[in-house]
Design a protein around this ligand. Sequence first.
Ligand code: FAQ
Length: 310
Amino acid sequence: MTETQIKILEAQFEARIANDEKIEPKDWMPEKYRKTHIRQMSQHAHSEIIGMLPEGNWISRAPSLRRKVALLAKVQDEAGHGLYLYSACETLGITREELYEQLHSGKAKYSSIFNYPTITWADIGAIGWLVDGAAIINQVPLCNTSFGPYACAMVRVCKEESFHQRQGYEIMLTLCKGTVEQKAMAQDALNRWWWPALMMLGPTDDQSVHTAQSMKWKLKRKTNDELRQQFIDQTVPQADILGIKIPDSDLKWNADKGSYDFGEIDWDEFWQVVKGHGPCNKQRMKARVSAWENGAWVRDAAMAYAEKNK
Ligand code: FAQ
């Protein structure tokens, strides 16, 4: 293709984006758009799959049958989200094996939040309330993202995340209405998950390398800081209802801007976790890689069966 032809295609592509048209897998797209989508969608898929581990830790110890059923369903939903997202990635010409290889070799990132431990049952409540709560705020705008398969996957994912957030909040509510010890467990979980949940929404806009271009392509519809502010403004009144305290002495309603001011986030901690030095990074990767290796015989058997029945 000549340079002039590429320029024409680029102009047509930009016009479609400006016009809010969806870009579908077989449409022409700039190579950087394709690569950026593979990067973000695969990081998202890996996060869903690794995100099953902290909660999976509590399935066998859930305090009642009802809690166990709900948690099982939630963790299964997360597996489903990972699968939609891997499939959406594959439409851009990368294989599932390549995507897994990137995760297992440490080349691909996954969300920082899943490198923290789930020490008590209240952590399951805090994950649903705060982690799924932040995920929804991040993902609702993605239902309107420019790449068709990503936008489609997000519609269903958001509906399920909304159930996850409610089940988490209901666990917190039950603990907060319970004994003094139970309420203290809920407070302790909030103390440990609050700051990592704020970090989950990504570095500040002035540190974010991809936001400007991703906003132009309408991959991202809101910046990291806008989403973080929205999350804080939505969550503080929910903590008030629970009667527990957000661990931030600088948190204050700012009537002029119509939102909360909040304290300094420990970005050193965030980058340490992203670089692999969080409390559970090694444990998470080990669990993931051994699940892949131990499942080799199942994949081989399935492939042999499919071959035999061709
Ligand atoms: N953790 O320039 P930006 C869930 C990296 S799903 C690790 O701002 P971008 C459901 C970033 O990749 C949770 N790394 O990047 C659930 C980049 O590095 P790279 C996941 C992070 O892409 C709930 C560098 O820092 N959600 O929770 C993080 O414009 C409960 C510079 O950053 C998604 O993936 C981080 N937190 O904005 C499951 C949603 N933040 O790639 C189980 C889709 C940034 O150049 C239980 N993703 N980095 O090497 C997004 O919206 C965006 O990718 C952001 C980051 C907002 C995460």
